[in-house]
Design a protein around this ligand. Structure first.
Ligand code: MG
Ligand code: ZN
Length: 184
């Protein structure tokens, strides 16, 4: 690396941290965990929303609790296959995820990554030089909103039902993306 590139610090990026199930893909109450590609269906408008957020300059970082791994209902390889599919489909729309973080632990393990802990967001912020004060956590459940709050980002809830105290509430990820677009 040249001295010149060292002397110009990269401006920290803003990010949209995304919960997965219920934000990007359909939550499936009938299967406790999405263990295979056949169970992964993008929500309407989700890919369009990701493309739009990316165009607006946000880093896209998925942060997902995957306790099914600790419970041996799925393996790390199963999860990797699902995420490979998610990435490939996104790439068809020109979307690249900047990071995909998952917590494989069970609740009793008291790790610092399982949401509502902010560990995954904080780790990604360090890895990717993210400015948390200009970033968002988008999720569909209280643990997402809480994780966002603890990490110091703005919390956004996706729901068509019960609200849980997020700063902003939208019926879909696309509605949130369109909201951000309108403000810029
Ligand atoms: Mg969710
Ligand atoms: Zn964890």
């Amino acid at each position: 690396m040249s001295d010149l590139s060292k002397s110009i610090p990269k401006a920290p990026r803003s990010a949209v941290f995304l919960d997965r199930d219920g934000v990007i893909n359909v939550r499936r109450p009938e299967v406790e965990y999405v263990t295979e590609v056949a169970q992964f269906d993008f929500l309407p408008g989700a890919l369009e929303a990701l493309a739009l957020l990316s165009e607006l300059g946000f880093a896209l970082v998925v942060v997902t609790n995957q306790r099914g791994i600790a419970r041996e209902m799925m393996t790390e390889d199963d999860l990797a296959a699902v995420h490979a599919y998610m990435k490939a489909e996104a790439l068809k729309r020109g979307v690249r995820f900047d990071g995909i973080y998952h917590c494989p632990h069970d609740t009793f393990e008291q790790c610092s990554c399982r949401k509502p802990e902010p560990g995954m967001i904080l780790e990604a912020a360090e890895d990717l030089e993210i400015d948390l004060t200009r970033s968002y956590m988008v999720g569909d459940s209280l643990s997402d909103i809480e994780a966002g709050r603890r990490a110091g980002v703005r919390a956004v809830q996706i729901t068509d039902g019960e609200e849980c105290g997020a700063e902003m509430v939208f019926p879909s990820l696309l509605d949130f993306a369109l909201h951000l677009k309108e403000r810029t």
